[in-house]
Write a protein of this length. Structure first.
Length: 158
């Protein structure tokens, strides 16, 4: 059985589904009349870059907060990490990927990924320890959808 800290480290990388990465899309909302939709290849490139940066950011904070991987963090430490780092970061990531706009013809698939990730994060907002638990991974569905679509960095452990 993995320690809660290892679970946190794995989940932090996985949770990086979707921070608004500098240079990875626009902070302005896309309008179908103002800008053409991204191709799937460009969407995947930018989306995976967002996830890669998110994985790095979250893991950097986790390594700083939990430098001794053999020591088991307390529930209070895990809750604080989830509420102060994971939840805000993942929300930014979801918003960032959503802002990329879906490739033409793939709107339903991208919407399902984003909606599933948001639902999982909402569960974590209600109970932050779910995000660090070995018992339940609220992001399992969104990770599966992301990987199947090609957001392989987003649906991986980093």
């Amino acid at each position: 059985m993995r320690s809660p800290l290892m679970r946190v480290m794995m989940l932090t990388a996985i949770l990086a589904l979707l921070p608004v990465a500098a240079g990875c899309g626009s902070s302005k909302k896309r309008s179908t009349s103002a800008a053409p939709a991204l191709t799937k290849a460009e969407f995947l490139k930018r989306g995976n870059a967002i996830c890669k940066q998110g994985n790095q950011q979250i893991n950097r904070v986790a390594r700083k907060l939990f430098p001794n991987r053999k020591a088991r963090p307390s529930q209070a430490q895990l809750r604080k990490f989830a509420t102060a780092t994971l939840i805000p970061s993942v929300q930014s990531q979801i918003n960032g990927v959503k802002a990329l706009g879906a490739p033409k013809g793939d709107e339903a698939k991208v919407s399902a990924i984003v909606t599933s990730a948001q639902a999982a994060l909402d569960q974590g907002k209600r109970n932050p320890l779910l995000l660090t638990s070995n018992a339940h991974d609220p992001f399992a569905k969104s990770d599966k959808l992301a990987k199947a679509y090609g957001l392989t960095v987003c649906g991986s452990g980093g």
